[in-house]
Design a protein around this ligand. Structure first.
Ligand SMILES: [Zn+2]
Length: 323
């Protein structure tokens, strides 16, 4: 019987740990279908089947060489990136993303989850709600936290680069950057990739803060959600990656917000431009749904509540344009 190459898996990490076959090493694989992580012998890794969804043999234990060792800066930078992109309530050790990161780092899911809880302890947004995370944070955690706050664009890219280096793949791959329209390798491509890595980070950070729900309508179809900038990306460099300069909106309300046809009043009330209401009255169009949220209150996120000053800047411009 010939066994084929299983293309539905990827190598997460090649370890120096001996496998169970003669002269083999233990490799860590990830199933591309269900996300399961499992160990395999390097000698037959490519024809392994996922033990979770393809009926493969139970995988080898994933080597945990780093478990119990002090976290270094690289690991912390990579972990903070994940912390920023998943909702607070999901930083537990059963989260597939936590399990995957643990497999990449050579640590247990429990210790990755514990590290994410340390970051939560430093999160002002969570402190304000009386959530204090783990009380035993290390100094390194604080340093990485502040670095991310001070120069987020550099750190976000660095974390993608570090993760890519560990996984032996490209930054584009790690950050899920759309490569279809990228120019050939060179400075221009690098600049675009850097921009997209940062934009992708902003999107995931905002959407996860809102737990993947539109803050006007409550709609939760991720494909239709946008991480909308309150003050546009091009206009305010300092707030480009600030999650408090973001709103999670469905595509239609995002467009209305972007075109200054919708704004948020103090008290987080949703408002629409008079000319939208007028055109709704002139014709019986489906604008009714869009406008039915007039006067409703924004569904605020548990962390990164939108900045009142930035919302004020946006509203003032809407009112000027309405004249
Ligand atoms: Zn699977």
């Amino acid at each position: 019987m010939t066994t084929g190459v299983n293309r539905n898996q990827e190598v997460l990490r090649k370890t120096e740990h001996p496998g169970t076959d003669h002269n083999s090493k233990a490799w860590v694989l990830r199933c591309c279908i269900c996300g399961w992580c499992y160990g395999a012998n390097s000698t037959d890794a490519w024809e392994r089947k996922c033990p979770n969804c393809q009926g493969g043999r139970p995988g080898l234990p994933i080597p945990l060489e780093r478990e119990g060792e002090k976290w270094n800066r690289e690991e912390l930078v990579i972990a903070f990136n994940l912390y920023s992109q998943i909702p607070f309530g999901t930083i537990h050790m059963r989260n597939p993303k936590v399990i995957e990161l643990a497999a990449v780092l050579g640590r247990s899911p429990g210790s990755v989850s514990y590290k994410l809880a340390n970051f939560a302890r430093l999160d002002p947004a969570l402190q304000a709600r009386g959530i204090h995370g783990s009380p035993h944070g290390a100094k390194g955690d604080e340093e990485v936290w502040h670095e991310f706050a001070q120069r987020p664009d550099a750190l976000v890219y660095e974390s993608a680069r570090l993760l890519a280096a560990r996984r032996g793949c490209s930054v584009e791959n790690v950050a899920e950057v759309d490569e279809s329209d990228l120019p050939p390798p060179g400075e221009e491509r690098d600049a675009i990739v850097r921009l997209r890595v940062n934009q992708g980070f902003f999107r995931k950070r905002v959407l996860s803060a809102y737990e993947f729900r539109c803050c006007v309508t409550g709609l939760d179809a991720t494909e239709l959600l946008v991480a909308s900038h309150i003050v546009p990306w091009a206009e305010d460099t300092a707030n480009r990656l600030n999650p408090k300069n973001g709103l999670c909106l469905n595509a239609l309300h995002d467009r209305a917000f972007d075109r200054h046809l919708m704004w948020i009043d103090p008290g987080y009330t949703v408002r629409f431009a008079a000319r939208l209401h007028e055109s709704a009255q002139r014709s019986e169009t489906s604008l009714a749904w869009l406008l039915s949220f007039e006067g409703s209150r924004l569904k605020l996120p548990k962390r990164f509540v939108p900045d009142a000053d930035l919302l004020g800047q946006h509203s003032r411009r809407c009112l000027v344009q309405a004249r």
